[in-house]
Ligand binder design. Structure first.
Ligand SMILES: [Zn+2]
Length: 428
């Protein structure tokens, strides 16, 4: 059983007392299993590339999920995300399970739509809708045939309640409750050999309120109780290996920068007769703490000069810590298509706003991720407990790429199907 608690920083289990956190289940896991002090994420340190790394054991350049968004066109209104497993270039954990005749299940797992998962309720929504948490229709359509309907029947009143949650409750909180109940139903009913569960309430609150805000810490405690529920239920059914992990950490922000304002001023986007911006030669994807820029067609010398001017101008605002060039992107195993990625300065994050000031005080977000995985605060988490796993073992700092092979080994699967060349992780 793998629970990914999106954005969870390891300090919530390493320093829970200092943070005033009541996380009895995480503490119980740490003392009875193996844990990492830090897990180095990927670049950009965002949910979709990182989750693809967790299940493949490879960096984005190899697995092919370079960013959360699937479209490079920033003028497109509702950009689709990288939802579909077919976009991955290498085998994932579920492929390993299937090749070995084992059953897998997943609930809310990123980049899993259409995957070779036996019981799958993927994370997917219609980007044109205002509230993705309520878009059950799209989820149902991309789930294993009839499975979503079966889960709805089994969950009964809880499901009905969640489809119309009270106005004072974070929708992400309701979404997590549903995901947990759905996962436990699949566990009891089908007893898969591998179950992947993705919880999102901490990420949601940490973006809005900041990584260590009262509301975000409450979300950690909520997640802790969900973890406890999953663990206790699973243990009632027999021995189980439980892995709690995350995809990246979180850093605080106070200011929002909008590189597209400068890029469009430099004429890198076309303005049509109605005043609307249209894509010209440049594509872009914002990822919170980083911002990727792409040439969509071979640039002319004048285009290159315009981009250089725009970047220099952006640097003068103080919002940029670093311009990550193609050489460094290659060393990081990051997006091969990006011309460059802007790395935000401390306390800044990027949006895809075209209008208004280049930099302003943040109106909505107090936390972000997406920056270089070496950024303090962006470390991901890993705790594992189960048969053959040492008690209270400190793994120190490990890499996100090391997790897939470890998972395969825990289930007793051959690891050679994975394209991962990461060092094996010894939990015993
Ligand atoms: Zn995430």
């Amino acid at each position: 059983m793998v629970i990914s608690a999106d954005g969870l920083r390891p300090d919530v289990y390493l320093r829970s007392d200092a943070l005033g956190l009541k996380v009895p289940n995480l503490r119980r896991l740490v003392s009875s299993g193996a844990f990492a002090e830090a897990v180095t994420s990927v670049y950009p340190s965002t949910t979709y590339p990182a989750h693809a790394t967790i299940v493949t054991g490879t960096l984005p350049r190899k697995h092919g999920i370079y960013s959360h968004l699937a479209s490079l066109d920033p003028t497109e209104k509702a950009r689709p995300w990288s939802w579909f497993a077919r976009a991955m270039n290498v085998p994932a954990m579920w492929d390993v399970a299937r090749a070995s005749g084992r059953k897998s299940a997943a609930v809310g797992w990123p980049v899993s739509a259409g995957a070779a998962i036996d019981y799958n309720i993927p994370e997917i929504w219609n980007p044109a809708l205002p509230d993705p948490y309520q878009d059950f229709e799209t989820v149902a359509r991309h789930s294993t045939p009839h499975l979503f309907e079966e889960v709805v029947r089994a969950l009964g009143p809880l499901m009905a309640h969640s489809m119309e949650p009270p106005a004072d409750q974070a929708p992400a909180l309701q979404a997590d409750r549903l995901r947990v109940e759905a996962a436990l139903f699949l566990w009891r009913r089908y007893r898969p050999d591998l179950l992947l569960l993705h919880l999102i309430v901490y990420d949601h609150q940490a973006h809005h309120y900041g990584p260590l805000a009262r509301e975000s810490l409450a979300a950690v405690e909520q997640t802790d109780s969900e973890i406890g529920k999953v663990w206790d239920t699973a243990l009632q059914e027999g021995p189980v290996t439980l892995v709690v992990l995350s995809d990246h950490g979180f850093v605080p922000v106070s200011h929002e920068a909008a590189p597209l304002v400068r890029l469009s001023e430099e004429g890198l986007f076309a303005r049509t007769g109605d005043g609307k911006l249209r894509l010209k030669r440049l594509g872009a994807i914002h990822a919170g703490g980083s911002f990727a820029i792409y040439w969509l067609e071979e640039p002319k010398a004048e285009d290159r000069r315009r981009l250089e001017r725009a970047v220099t101008g952006l640097e003068s605002t103080g919002a940029i810590a670093e311009v990550v060039d193609r050489g460094k992107l290659e060393r990081l195993g990051a997006d091969p298509d990006a011309e460059l990625i802007l790395e935000a300065a401390p306390n800044y994050y990027f949006s895809d706003r075209f209008q208004g000031p280049e930099v302003r005080e943040s109106e909505s977000d107090r936390g972000t991720h997406g920056k270089l995985p070496s950024t303090p605060g962006l470390e991901a988490s890993l705790v594992a407990v189960g048969p053959g796993i040492a008690t209270g073992k400190n793994l120190g700092r490990v890499e996100l790429t090391q997790i897939a092979r470890m998972l395969a080994q825990q289930i007793g699967l051959a690891t050679d199907i994975l394209a991962s060349d990461a060092e094996p992780l010894d939990l015993s």
